[in-house]
Ligand binder design. Structure first.
Ligand code: SF4
Length: 473
């Protein structure tokens, strides 16, 4: 989002001189996708992004209500913005500006927008998850002098229709295909912060992706949704069908999707994993617990037996497929036996990696109202046991990568113990680090073939075999 203009642009009755926006995103990929949309709308109002909050004219927090840590971080960061407002004028030493506008969007703002506005004096406006595309109007209102408002309404239209916005110039794009969630898992706040499921039409998504590939140089697409497997249910379409259509898009190299719910994985999706050549060798399929009784209390609608059969089918459809998952340690009243069910599942499922967390109650959910006898100590101990076991499994799985060659899309470089290394992801979503052929060589967004030379549970190192450049069509 590079903008070097010095001219103002006219929006409605107001002049917008070049200004800077500082954005902080918490939580999931959906939020990162929304941040991209916000940036894209604001670029039309003469805003460029800055990484320095002290330089900003507009400060926006895109919040997450799902994880406790993200929640706490947001409140602490919001508290710190008080100083931006108490500054009487531009301080020559710190460069802090007066008249900075502070806004909060995302999941916390959706449910608590009005409270945030009255509690935090420095907060000018709050906006919910369904009005992200109206950010321009809200920023206009703020610059017109209207402050202290919250917009948390839901989009009531029957159709969900958008065009993907990208601003970062990378060949990877998030493409939202469905919003909301109808599942109401007992621990999850998402149905309250993102509303009911609504899918885009398949044809619109295909046109969108073709446009991204043709005009923006996109080569890898991540299809996004809170429950992506429900895509198209309201329109008689399906995720499997969409994947097979996108597989035909010329110039697109890789296709991923997240997040899945095991209940909604259909046979045509399994078949798509067998037949679609561009679909990545990776499935993130959150299981949450290895105990059927805990799954019932979570209202997850499947059993462990169903889950294991599903991943077996996926692996039969694509033998290269790796599976990752999410696990909640210490769900309310989880017994030692139920916890051992999760430990056993790790052996049975052989996940490539897991995201494991201790349970933390989210206000307004059923799980938050359960009388719970577990202590933080018990939860912490169970989480450690899960993580330790998984690391051993993971080290073993990844040692089998040694000697094999993987195609990697390079994302970044960095120093590792003083040695320059480039990092990219395989089709199976594993990070691979490799040393450049020469220190000067720039591999950013190149496709490279890398032979794995060593692997631990958490890190995979390799040597470059072939540099295919930025475009491999
Ligand atoms: S499927 Fe369950 S965990 Fe996932 S977003 Fe919906 S309610 Fe939350």
């Amino acid at each position: 989002m590079e903008n070097t203009t010095t001219h103002s642009v006219k929006v409605g009755e107001l002049d917008f001189p070049p200004r800077k926006v500082w954005l902080k995103t918490y939580g999931c990929q959906m939020n990162y996708h929304d941040t991209e949309r916000i940036l894209s709308h604001l670029s039309g109002m003469n805003f460029t992004r800055t990484e320095e909050q002290s330089e900003a004219d507009l400060v926006i927090f895109n919040t997450c209500a799902v994880r406790d840590l993200a929640n706490q971080k947001f409140y602490s960061h919001l508290g710190e913005t008080k100083k931006l407002k108490t500054n009487p004028d531009v301080d020559p030493e710190t460069g802090l500006k007066k008249n900075v506008i502070v806004a909060a969007g995302g999941c916390i703002a959706q449910t608590e927008g009005k409270d945030l506005i009255s509690k935090y004096k420095q907060l000018d406006f709050a906006f919910g998850t369904d009005v992200v595309d109206n950010i321009g109007e809200m920023v206009y209102r703020a610059y017109a002098g209207d402050r202290k408002f919250a917009v948390t309404s839901w989009d009531k239209s029957e159709n969900y229709s958008i065009e993907t916005k990208i601003t970062n110039g990378s060949p990877m794009a998030f493409v939202n295909i469905i919003k909301g969630c109808d599942k109401f898992c007992s621990y999850c706040i998402v149905p309250f912060t993102r509303g009911r499921e609504k899918s885009r039409r398949l044809a619109e998504v295909v046109t969108d992706v073709k446009r991204l590939v043709e005009y923006s140089g996109v080569q890898e697409v991540m299809l996004l949704g809170q429950n992506v497997n429900s895509f198209g249910k309201d329109n008689g379409e399906s995720l499997g069908e969409l994947i097979m259509e996108l597989d035909k898009v010329q110039g697109l190299q890789r296709l991923r999707y997240t997040t899945s719910h095991p209940y909604d994985v259909t046979d045509d999706l399994v078949e798509a994993h067998r037949n679609a050549k561009k679909l990545a060798n990776h499935l993130h399929l959150p299981v949450q617990s290895g105990s059927n009784t805990v799954l019932q209390r979570m209202l997850r609608e499947y059993t462990i037996e169903h889950y294991l059969t599903l991943i077996q089918k996926m692996r039969a459809a694509n033998p290269e497929m790796i599976i990752s998952t999410d696990i909640i340690a210490g769900f309310p009243n989880e017994t030692e036996e139920e916890h051992q069910g999760t430990m056993k599942l790790l052996d049975d499922a052989q996940f490539d990696f897991i995201y494991a967390y201790t349970f933390s109650p989210r206000k307004g959910t059923k799980a938050a109202r359960m009388n719970d006898v577990l202590t933080d100590d018990i939860r912490g101990r169970r989480l450690r046991e899960i993580q330790e076991k998984q690391l051993k499994i993971q080290a073993n799985i990844r040692s089998q990568m040694i000697g094999k060659t993987y195609r990697v899309l390079v994302e970044e470089k960095g120093l590792n113990k003083g040695i320059l290394k480039w990092t990219g992801r395989t089709s199976c979503y594993r990070l691979v680090h490799f040393e450049p052929e020469t220190q000067e060589k720039d591999y950013l967004w190149h496709w490279v073939d890398v032979e794995i030379t060593s692997a631990t549970a958490l890190s995979t190192q390799g040597k470059i075999i072939r540099d295919l450049g930025k475009n491999i069509q």
